[in-house]
Ligand binder design. Sequence first.
Ligand code: THU
Length: 126
Amino acid sequence: MTEQELVKIARQVQNNAYVPYSHFPVGAALLTAGGNVYTGVNVENSSYGLTVCAERNAVFKAVSEGETEFQAIAVAGNAEGFTFPCGACLQVLAEFAPQIKIIVCDTQNQTKTFSLSELLPQMFLL
Ligand code: THU
């Protein structure tokens, strides 16, 4: 699976985002160590704080299916420039995959890849 292929999946699933409040759809595609892909989208709620980001939904779907080892996650949003995962999602990724690669893209699907420790240098781990 190439980075571009993972970004393409994140871009496709972005269409399923439930975003009546922010109108900011995000798609995520999480690649497991074994090569499976779990997708996620942001799901908003009229009680705004209950919203769950695309990245966390992808992680929780994967973990719910018994997958806990991840090699990469691609994130696709419509921000100007690149859409980065929020701090809460980075911390959730740290729980399972401190070495994960994070692939962000712009609206032209140009990519940049970061390590988790670049984006969350002092991650909290017990
Ligand atoms: N959001 C994500 O799904 N992932 C991110 O990386 C950043 C923010 C969502 C939360 C909310 O539904 C919308 O984007 C605007 O904040």
